[in-house]
Design a protein around this ligand. Sequence first.
Ligand code: GDP
Length: 455
Amino acid sequence: MYVRDTIAAVSTPPGNGGIGIIRVSGDMAAMVGNAIFKPVYDGGLVSHRFSFGTIFDPTSGESVDEAMAVYMRSPRSYTREDVLELHCHGGWLVVERVLALVLSRGIRLADPGEFTRRAFLNGRIDLIQAEAVMDIIASKSESALQLAQSQREGALSKRIDDVRGYLLRALALVEAYIDFPDDDLGATDIAAISASVEEAQGLVSALLATFEEGRILRDGISVLIVGKPNAGKSSLLNRLLNENRAIVTHIPGTTRDIIEETITFEGLSVRLLDTAGIRHTDDLVEQEGISRALGKIPLADLVLAVFDASREFSKEDQMIFDALDGCRTIAVLNKADLDQRLILPDEDRFEATVRIAALSGYGIDLLKHTVCQQFLHSTTADSRELVVLSRARHRDALVSAEQHLQRFTNGLLDRNLELLALDLRGALQAVGSVTGQTTTDDVLDLIFSSFCIGK
Ligand code: GDP
């Protein structure tokens, strides 16, 4: 339930910084501002104007900090309520003192995500946009950020609204016949209803088809590096990371555990996992490393199979071949600077083959680009233009909508109007939960509780 009390929280991250911002939202915002902030120039707080002055303790009259204050009168604010922001010095103690002063005026500490929740409840943004705000804050790569910005701007919401529009049109027609039971559902109306539902189905399945790509843009990909000992896996990892994170030695079998680093390739977040060299061994520790490496293969979005191109194809290379069955793999032929002896059998089973020399860096840019190409088919242009699903919550809702629509289509011939209306309402409910029109309080609690306090 939405209680219209006034809330406050520190909106800048914990710790010390140049500036700390305390945000207040609700009807008492202006009262608090006038009670604890004294502008240098007379005239009090003017909406949407910054003023410079002093924060003081009204009980003792003591000055607490020099600050800037901005008051934003409803509805032109983040929450659409009256909002006050106090920008003071960013030491944690001073920020805490200012917050305590605000709270002492009878104001409640905000729950996590409560400002954004109010923006949603007051209709300034929908649920997709609220989640996008969270994604903007959490973005770790250019592609994730662009996607989040496009969702905040409403690209996905608009598409979902289109789906709702088609479904509402179909439902209105079906309900018209329910209201006039003597009329038989005519061929023209059946055609109009099916056309609307088909449009909705088309949009839903097109959106569902984007989920994999959206997930990758948002969360990035995991790339596993495998190969026999001494193929050059660690050298490749170092080259990709531009530092000496993995240990490179001449003794085969030195990278025994899995090394994990996250970097970005062309704006895409890539989690790189370097594994133990794969070979036959009697060493138990090494065997453990190898079985861990093999176990990771099916979990990775992509495998880089590193081969030493200066040596002939060996039994160990064959082991890797066998382990990679069915995985999306790029063959990386390393040591291009040496005499080339490797002949890869069945080269077509790889998505691509790239020649590199991990030591000199030859071929590394091409390899990065080839990795990205595997995932960013339609998107490299500009992910801001994109309308893609990137959250499992949205995908699950649309899968449920799709099932309702399938039932609707199956039942169309029977012409049981009540059942048809039920299926359409089910689909509308599912679609509406994406944008938040039909989301229950429990789900909202779950979504907003993963926000930080002050957002
Ligand atoms: P790993 O066991 O697969 O991780 O292999 P390393 O990265 O430890 O490399 C094994 C050996 O191959 C080291 O001596 C590297 O210096 C050498 N090496 C790696 N890449 C290249 C390369 O591109 N050219 C040449 N000539 N040697 C390389």
